[in-house]
Design a protein. Structure first.
Length: 178
């Protein structure tokens, strides 16, 4: 297994190794020793139709850890941590079933998931769901600097009516100090 950081501080990619034989394969997807700050308490599996976009979301408190099991995901990332050396940096990672990689996303890094094909992904979180820690903005806010390859994706009602980038930042920083 090879581990590397992305252009955004704290976002770590684990290139996973499949051990293949005549029966199929075995792949380790997570070890506690890989991530010092991440302790998973819940695992989820998500299926998405082609041309679906989930997000963009951000959390003050919890980490996400995810990987694609089937299909393909474009994972959009954007750092809003003012004290981070990569503040304002954006990146899109291409995650596929054929090239298994796991990604950890720390608090303060916005993330959106676009599926150019029907896909399934597995993800873990470090805290239970808390609506006050689940913020977001419209996926196409120009401040995100994320060049999604779609103009009219399938969105949830929540993501269709999401806040602006400025509103999300206000909630992330002002509400945290209230």
């Amino acid at each position: 297994m090879e581990t590397r950081e992305t252009s955004i501080e704290g976002v770590i990619v684990h290139d996973l190794v499949a051990h293949i034989d005549d029966r199929g394969s075995f792949t380790e997807i997570y070890r506690e020793t890989w991530l010092a700050d991440f302790k998973s308490i819940q695992w989820n599996i998500v299926t998405s139709r082609q041309d679906t976009l989930r997000g963009v979301h951000v959390h003050r408190e919890h980490y996400d850890y995810l990987m694609v099991l089937a299909g393909r995901m474009l994972l959009g990332l954007h750092d809003i941590r003012r004290d981070s050396p990569t503040f304002g940096t954006s990146e899109i990672l291409d995650l596929t079933e054929a090239h298994r990689r796991a990604v950890s996303i720390p608090p303060g890094v916005c993330h959106g998931f676009y599926y150019p094909e029907a896909s399934t992904h597995l993800y873990a979180v470090s805290t239970y769901f808390d609506p006050t820690d689940d913020l977001g903005c419209k996926y196409d806010c120009p401040e995100l600097n994320l060049a999604w390859p779609t103009k009219d994706p399938v969105l949830s009602a929540r993501d269709r009516t999401a806040d602006s980038y400025a509103q999300m930042l206000d909630k992330f920083y002002l509400d945290a100090n209230a």
